[in-house]
Write a protein that binds this ligand. Structure first.
Ligand SMILES: Nc1nc2c(ncn2[C@@H]2O[C@H](COP(=O)(O)OP(=O)(O)OP(=O)(O)O)[C@@H](O)[C@H]2O)c(=O)[nH]1
Ligand SMILES: [Mg+2]
Length: 478
């Protein structure tokens, strides 16, 4: 019955509402797959290809759940002697039989030669319908694997399931559609290799392509983080004013604009990183107390991120005061100080008044005058580390956010925090690495940064190493 497809194709089969569509979504990293709590949501088969570099390399097919497994099994048993293609015969003769509507549909991909991934919720006890389903799948003769998707974390029935499953499936694995990480996806593909020698070669290719693709995503994420830093570090707003009447309100408005722009740049970068990892549901829900959910300029953000152990948030770096503006009296070009939360315009007020007398001066024959307020570029180094830490935290969240998961878990225990560290990831960098970052930030600010420089490469490598550690779960015990 085997029909060879150029690429491996797997039909994901099982009882209604066990998480088939969720497994398809997680395996194919496709968040368009429809998942609902209503049993019988999926009514027709739908293929979800995995495309890497414009080429389809593997395909998972979502299917409706079994509705009449015992009857179908009885039909199979009654006809198995007459054919060596029981699935083909069943689909041909039962095509218009209402009793077998779902079974005819769900066995379509199997008739076309698809391998089988049987999904079951191992947190409930085994029933006679399940045994009938397993027996039907065994009788198809197709290579098959069983995937235990424990919906709630209870494991009381696992051993019963495993014992029964081993009778019918070449490989049995635990794979949770909500919690599976990238690594567990690769592991699952690796075990699929074992279900049929003919698929070893093609699946080897798929695994290599997955790994290379992951590497590329990480490399691109590191570049996106650097691009964000470059834009944020260089960003400044400069405005000129003829008189001093509204300077204070102008300064406040400019700082608000500046903050808004930086927050916007950060958000844009976060969206682009999410897109790299195929998370198109951008309103991915995070717990409200999550550091990525906090506003960039929130006081708590600055007390936790961007710091070395033992280091306190720089006073000026704490919420509200980080955007120091510089006020110049254009006539003589003097800088009257950086206004921060500590002082603000009031502290420099006298200098300002003194300065105002010098407006409308003629210098070198050119009549210039008035005031100039400049907000940015940001000189506070903690600021860059906060931006980096938040991007790394976001990365930790998204790579551990299985595509099949569509909302917050019911309980905290259901999903382990992928970023259990108390401070930001950059706090774990060595002093030497942080110093190299300082140098890089300064080069960017002063315009001496070159795109082919060794500093740039060193920074990208540092980010890449951190991303790889996060995806290996290397920080779990930190
Ligand atoms: N908590 C939890 N819920 C899950 C898990 N897997 C699936 N679910 C939920 O179970 C419900 C059914 O999931 P689906 O993936 O739609 O199940 P299905 O087997 O495709 O269902 P039908 O298409 O109706 O046959 C949804 O509400 C899912 O969010 C899991 O691992 N943990
Ligand atoms: Mg479904």
């Amino acid at each position: 019955m085997r029909v060879k497809s150029k690429i491996p194709v797997f039909a994901v089969l099982g009882h209604p509402n066990e998480g088939k569509s969720s497994v398809v979504s997680t395996l194919s990293e496709d968040d368009r797959v429809r998942i609902t709590p209503v049993p019988g949501e999926t009514v027709v088969c739908h293929p979800y290809p995995v495309v890497i570099d414009g080429e389809e390399i593997i395909r998972f097919v979502d299917t409706p759940g079994f509705q009449a497994p015992k009857k179908t099994l009885a039909w199979f048993k009654a006809h198995e002697e007459t054919t060596d293609n029981i699935v083909g015969l069943f689909r041909k003769f039962c095509l218009r039989n209402q009793d077998f509507q779902d079974e005819v549909e769900l066995l379509g991909p199997v008739e076309m030669g698809a391998g089988i991934i049987y999904v079951l919720d191992g947190s409930r006890p085994l029933r006679s319908d399940d045994k009938a389903e397993m027996e039907i799948l065994r009788m198809t003769g197709q290579p098959r694997m069983a995937v235990i998707n424990n919906k709630d974390a209870s494991e009381g029935y696992i051993e019963d399931w495993k014992k029964e499953l081993r009778k019918h499936f070449n490989v049995v694995r635990i794979f949770n559609a909500h919690r599976a990480t990238y690594r567990e996806r690769i592991d699952l593909l690796e075990s699929l290799r074992a279900i049929d020698p003919d698929w070893q070669g093609p699946l080897e290719k798929v695994i290599t392509a997955f790994k290379q693709d992951w590497q590329r995503r990480n490399t691109r994420t590191a570049e996106l983080i650097l691009e964000m830093l470059e834009k944020c570090i260089r960003y400044k707003i400069v405005k000129k004013f003829q008189d001093e009447d509204h300077l204070e309100s102008a300064r406040k408005a400019m700082e608000a604009d500046y903050g808004g722009k930086i927050a916007g740049l950060e958000k844009e970068t976060h969206q682009r990183i999410k897109k790299r990892f195929k998370h198109n549901i951008f309103q991915m829900e995070l717990p409200p107390d999550d550091m990525v959910n906090q506003s960039l300029f929130n006081e708590r953000t600055w007390q936790v991120l961007g710091l070395k152990p033992g280091q306190l948030a720089i006073a000026a770096g704490v919420a509200g005061g980080i955007m120091g503006s510089i006020l110049d009296v254009a006539a003589h070009g003097l800088t009257f100080g950086i206004f921060t939360a500590l002082g603000g315009l009031a502290a420099a007020g006298s200098a300002l008044l003194g300065g105002s007398k010098m407006t409308n001066l003629k210098i070198k024959g050119i009549r210039i005058g008035g005031f100039r307020i400049q907000t940015g570029p940001m000189e506070n180094p903690q600021f860059m580390f906060v931006l980096i830490d938040r991007a790394l935290l976001l990365y930790a969240r998204i790579i551990n956010w299985a595509h099949g998961r569509r909302g917050l878990p019911d309980s905290k225990a259901e999903i382990q925090d992928p970023a259990p560290i108390k401070m930001g990831y950059t706090s774990l960098w060595e002093d030497r690495e942080r110093r190299a970052c300082f140098r890089l930030f300064k080069m960017i600010r002063t315009g001496t940064f070159e795109s082919g420089s060794s500093e740039k490469q060193a920074f990208l490598d540092l980010i890449l190493t951190t991303l790889e550690k996060i995806s290996r779960n290397a920080y779990q015990d930190t």
